[in-house]
Ligand binder design. Structure first.
Ligand code: PXG
Length: 447
């Protein structure tokens, strides 16, 4: 489709998700380089045939690069064999095998995988597992969840309840889960601006869990859920020792610890999961995105043996967990996931990410000193540059930077006045360096 074709589109019927619909639709100038036509590897091409480096791997999901031939082929082949296989009370060899492979990649003790279709569903599934687990153990009084400020756990009612993003919560307050409380977030510009990797300051913030336990009593709390590294809030990196401390406190009080690894799972951390990267083992792990490179929607929850076994009681012809989705373990998603796991192994993605992360760290921290740059953060193959808001117009500076970068051939992600980066795992050091230089020029051009 050429540029002119896209200008003839009726833009009105499509209600764009998490987007400024009016800004995008009202003025062709606002859509320049913002209509995607095709993709390959680390690049998109727009309908004007303008090439864009994909600095966030889609929405954190296409780390292996777009249209990886192995994944494309796997899905095509699957289509010739089985399109959709009934998900309840039936199975396919592929989905059993995939669960085994994912459990093998997870930390020791994680032996069971439940599939769904998105990160939001994965979070709701994990929260339900936590409630049902305690109930099955005779601790039905453990009903409370603890999330964290600035946390993002998708957009289901469970996810927004434990999430900590005001904009995602305030309109829906009436539908929130009752009894949820939040840990403070760990972002503090004064104490940690321009930290490389995990900030030294802030592990004491995990002790706030003790305060919440004292307030609510441990016997009322089912689970704590956190992103090991907060992605959506703009790459907020856990302070050194913070996650270990959370783990200790959860164990001490019989509270399940859920790591939401929707962004951190399957590559971004240079390890299968952030649990391994930070060497902290939760009780449940949610995943989505990278499991099959975003090719077909898929999410899931990995559970420890002891959690799974707790459900396996009662008459064995009965359903043990009243939960599941029509598309749980969809055949196409499963085929893509097998291929993604093959590629991760064959292309040595984890060592590659580890090496590339150092390049990213150097490149982004090289922007220190640019006007209006107030913080730079990085964690493995994720980074963010925080900009000073324009007087009275929060968010506008980042939009300007975003638009300047589009002109220069890089698609960044912005949230508030933060520019986030999550390059593909198959990027070259040169591409990472170029991305950072485009960001520098765009920050200067945006004024
Ligand atoms: N948990 C976490 C930790 C996430 O990052 C979700 C749950 C929800 O996933 P679904 O598949 O329901 O969207 C996410 C999603 C961004 C960005 O710009 C991040 C997400 C989605 C879109 C954009 O950082 N994370």
């Amino acid at each position: 489709m050429g540029h002119n074709d896209s200008e003839q589109l009726n833009l009105n019927p499509y209600w764009m998700p998490f987007s400024h619909n009016r800004y995008y639709k009202q003025d062709a100038a606002h859509r320049v380089h913002r209509m995607l036509a095709r993709a390959e590897g680390s690049y998109y091409w727009t309908t004007e045939n303008h090439k864009l480096y994909d600095a966030l791997s889609g929405l954190w999901c296409c780390g292996l690069g777009h249209r990886h031939p192995r994944l494309v082929e796997a899905v095509k082949q699957q289509l010739d064999v089985l399109d959709y296989g009934t998900a309840f009370q039936m199975g396919t060899p592929g989905v059993f095998k995939l669960a085994e492979r994912i459990a093998e990649a997870a930390p020791a003790g994680f032996e069971h995988v439940f599939f769904c279709n998105s990160g939001s569903e994965a979070v709701d599934t994990a929260l339900k597992m936590a409630l049902a687990y305690h109930r099955a153990r005779g601790e039905a009084h453990r009903t409370r969840f603890i999330g964290r400020e600035k946390g993002y756990h998708g957009v289901g009612f469970g996810g927004i309840s434990v999430g900590g993003m005001v904009a995602n919560r305030k309109m829906f307050a009436a539908g929130m889960l009752p009894g949820v409380d939040h840990l403070p977030h760990t972002h503090n510009l004064k104490e940690m601006a321009f930290s490389r990797g995990e900030p030294q300051w802030g592990s004491h913030l995990a002790d706030e869990l003790e305060r919440l336990v004292a307030l609510h009593d441990a016997s009322t709390i089912a689970a704590v859920i956190v992103e090991p590294m907060q992605g959506s809030a703009g790459v907020i990196v856990p302070p050194q020792g913070y996650l270990k401390r959370l783990r200790e406190l959860c164990t001490k009080h019989g509270i399940l610890l859920i790591f939401d690894e929707v962004i951190t799972g399957f590559g971004r951390m240079g390890q299968p999961f952030a649990a391994q990267y930070f060497d902290v083992t939760p009780d449940l792990i949610t995943f989505a995105k990278g499991v099959n490179n975003g090719l077909v929607p898929m999410g899931g929850v990995i559970a420890t043996k002891s959690i799974y076994d707790t459900f396996m009681t009662g008459p064995d012809h009965m359903v043990e967990f009243f939960h599941g989705y029509t598309y749980s373990g969809h055949a196409l998603a499963v085929a893509a996931a097998h291929a993604a796991l093959d590629v991760i192994a064959e292309e040595q993605i984890y060592p590659r990410v580890n090496a590339l992360s150092k390049t990213l760290e150097e490149a982004v921290h090289g922007l220190k000193g640019e006007a209006n740059v107030i913080d730079i953060r990085n964690c493995q193959l994720a980074a963010a540059v925080e900009l000073a808001p324009m007087e009275g117009k929060p968010g506008l500076r980042a939009i300007r930077v975003f638009e300047e970068a589009l002109k220069r051939g890089v698609l960044f992600r912005f949230t508030g006045d933060i520019i986030a980066m999550g390059p593909t795992f198959v990027s070259t050091p040169e591409e990472i360096g170029h991305m950072a230089e485009v960001l520098r020029e765009s920050i200067r051009a945006a004024g």
